[in-house]
Write a protein that binds this ligand. Sequence first.
Ligand code: H79
Length: 446
Amino acid sequence: MKKSLLISILTVLIATTFSCKPKPQKDYLHETQEQTAERMQWWHDARFGMFIHWGIYSVPAGVYKGEDIPGIGEWIMNTAKIPIEEYEPYGREFNPVGFNAAQWVKIAKDAGMKYIVITSKHHDGFSMWDSKVSKYDIVDFSPYSKDVLKALSEECRKQGITLCFYHSIMDWHHPDANAGNWAKYREEYLKPQLKELLTGYGKIGVLWFDGEWIKEWTEDQGKDLYNFVRNLQPDIIINNRVGKGRQGMQGMNKDSTAAGDFGTPEQEILSTTSPFPWESCMTMNDTWGYKTKDTNWKSAEVLIRNLADIVSKGGNFLLNVGPTSEGRIPEASVERLKEMGDWLKINGDAIYAVKQLKNYKEGDSIRYTMSPDGKYINALLFAIPGKQITIKQVKPAEGSVIRMSGLDTDLKWNWDEATGLTIEMPDTATLPCKYVWVVKIEGTEI
Ligand code: H79
């Protein structure tokens, strides 16, 4: 055999043996309802999660050149039209020496939250981990120089809470995303970054995409990205902003072929139940990213009622905190979260893992959920107007013991066809909690 022929045969052999042919991508877009339900069970049961918007926008914190910039803090680059070269220095200043992963995770856990969704990259393009395809990240660009997502992932595992990532498709910083080379940005930046996030930080619960509304992004690209992510982490859950399915801020899908596992109402609660899974994301004041001057905090009462309302309608509640550039969760948020956690310690039974009733409410001030075994109906009362309450939609089982969560006393009750169920309320002085009271009834929905 001629030497040159031998060399070419060898070359072909070596090339085919060691070629980095990508593994065929599995198609996850057509799994069965059972497969989807099984994959999403933990998330459905969890009900309450913490959203964290943290990035270098916490440095200006709503103020640019001495001027208060209206609107949401993480949009300041866009709203105040800050050029890239003037925005980048915020990254040079970003030094969150007060960041304490253990403390953040504990705050979420004590609030009764079961998962954390943190911004790995927001629209401003700054990456909060040590990205290998970018120098514009917390490790390479900022004096802090530590991978905060790594610290959080380790702490979440330790404390038993599920870590999830928010990731913006839109990117105001990367040249390819802005100079018309979208395909290059997508294949050589967006996907490699996601691969880093999905291979370097353990099991991730949810990928929460955003910034999908730009004209460059298509439903086909969304479906491709959905499969890309699932191929890296088959059990992960992905929101509907991966593609073009969502309609406006109400956030649900316009048709059932759209990619994504759940709808994403933003700053609102669905007016009723939905057959498609959903999660309502909401700020505690009026901004996601920290703004020094935003003190328009929702009360713990409103937040707890929102949680009860959302859960009764079958949704999840993703409640936001916007930590400061020093790495601290604002005290006002911590206080409210503590109140929610205290409430959940008493009433968690009526929130976690519950089922929905056909009629999730009665009047304006009662919401219903059902225990996972279907035995109890929880009436979540937003008000106790008198010494007794009367409800029409529940028929108690014979001899049912009816109690208020947090109290050991049996409540006296009476049921008849005409009046419905009348329950005597405990003394106001002995009520176990504030804002929403849960009455557990062994019985059935009428
Ligand atoms: O990350 C937080 C915000 O920065 C980001 N989403 C939350 C979770 C965001 N919120 N609001 N916006 C972005 C404003 C965008 C509004 C619009 Fe649109 C984009 C209006 C028109 C295009 C989305 C698509 C809403 C309507 C159509």
